[in-house]
Ligand binder design. Sequence first.
Ligand SMILES: Nc1ncnc2c1ncn2[C@@H]1O[C@H](COP(=O)(O)OP(=O)(O)OP(=O)(O)O)[C@@H](O)[C@H]1O
Length: 633
Amino acid sequence: MRRSKWGAVLRSPVGASAAVVLCALVVLAVLAPLLWSERAAAVDTGQILQGSSAQHWMGTDNLGRDVFYRVLVATRLSVELALAATAFGVVVGLVLGTAPVLFGARVGRFVHGVVSIAVAFAGLLLALFFAVIFGVGTVGGVLAIGLATAPGFARLTQTLVARVTALDYVAAARIAGVGRVRLLLRHVLPNIGEPLVVNATISAGGALLAFAGLSFLGLGVQAPDYDWGRLLGEGLNSLYVHPAAALAPTVAVVVAGLAFNLFGEAIAKGIGQHEAPQRGKTREPEPEAAAPLTETGDAVLAVENLRVSFPGPAGPVTPVRGVSFTLGRGECVGVVGESGSGKSLTALAVAQLVEEPGRVHADRLEFLGTALLDQGERAGRQLLGTSFAMVFQDPMTSFNPTQRIGAQLAEVARRHQGMGRRQAFARAVDRLRAVRVPAAERRARQFPHEFSGGMRQRAMIGMGVMGKPALIVADEPTTALDVTVQRQVLRLLLQVRDADDVAILLISHDITVVAQVCARVLVMYAGRIVEDLPAAELRTAARHPYTRALLEAVPDMSTDRDLPLAVIPGRAAEPGALPPGCAFAPRCAFADERCTSAEPPLVADGHGRRVACWHADEIAPAGQARVRVGESR
Ligand SMILES: Nc1ncnc2c1ncn2[C@@H]1O[C@H](COP(=O)(O)OP(=O)(O)OP(=O)(O)O)[C@@H](O)[C@H]1O
């Protein structure tokens, strides 16, 4: 937590009061046993069970010992045990909560189930259960209360981890080959630390109360040691004779518990004011006869019959169904299609970022001649980390908000090029300069929130070229930017391609953006490529009714502004409910019986074009296509 936040916490009346009480507790815990242990232990048989007096403010116990001094001395053990139990609970909760990152999604799901069952039980019930298992005494008490605290903490951690791991900078770190432990320590925990600190502080108050409860029941601290709970139990025996003996430890427990809770609340409020900016029935996958590919000898990326499926309530759903394409060195290929057509999943499958329970299958998925699916995860990551870069849509979530931009870029060089800290930082500054970030040295020391959106996208591209990438996948890199910045980012991508012969796969829902910068366009619909053609021929030679409809839906200078804008009728096909035959048939003016009964294969024409439509040969040249536009269901 930054200094300003601590300042805000301590400036609030609640935070300041709670902090003062906590400081007093700490001082008391340190000094009281040193100063008053002997007085607290002094037996005086002439003063047994006395009430409050000037000599004994809170009276005496059944051996004539001074209750007030005993309460003061018991502060150390009470606070120590509460903190130990909380620390144990936090560690167990953290391990359980971060299981998906540390041990993978399968173990994560299992742990999630266990935690869900555990949180259904009341904490004190769990503590009593574990106390019986571990036996009476302080160690048993710490383990019992720690384990009772852990499920709640684990649940909070799971939720926070799930949110952070969905962000692009974590994906970027995984592409860069950052290992699981480092990913957790560097990218996940720093971004979820604040709520965890709040929860741990509040839990400490709960643990203090719970320990007092266990000791009161005789399950916690055992004689001759004593904590507040034990003193409360002893004081209760003489409650009717002199209540002060029970009242003193009760007040201590309540005040200390409240101080922890209120301090936790104050931190939560302080954080709330400064929250860091944030930001991703059906058929089995049918192996489809892949259309002949172009020459793949020098391909950077060769994808053949790529399928991505997820389990669904009524069997697997396959949002990417048999995608095939190749990408040569320095080639820029665009992928267009409506939302949900499978563009991003295709890119994620190439980057090996499809999470469990998703499944990726392909007859061939080769990056720089290496079959990615046959590699172990580590080897695949190593290859992708050095030669592959990804630029994401949302510049807000592309970088870890807790780390300086330069350090994040440098991490790639340190990891993959074995550079030292200084050398890696110098390389980061150099790369920021290469992507035209002004005052690169100063900027490298800034945090992501100090960058504008366009500058952050440029820095992301800079991160991509820290190594020597052969392929950059840019998934909607300009969608969140305004038009002028869009142009700068696209131009920069092309400059990077020209400088280093980098292949670019540009994903966009905007066919005009793709047409401007790419040499070739892949049009995707319902998880398949339905047309593949040179970008220059888009307007003149597109033969798939869907491609034509996408083009018609983009207004240009010749569009009659008195007429309503063209839209593609109907809704995009859902991967879980695809119609039989051609998935576009329900929206297509050309559809006939054949279209609704059999899916057209993707056929190459021998001139570098491919199309999947039974009526491709009948479709008239540009301007005469009978694309049904302007109506919707
Ligand atoms: N983890 C997942 N589990 C189940 N279905 C998923 C998962 N991820 C994506 N899908 C589904 O796969 C389909 C394709 O998603 P994808 O993100 O590739 O689409 P897209 O073409 O990139 O769209 P957009 O432009 O909106 O990002 C969508 O219907 C989506 O709901």
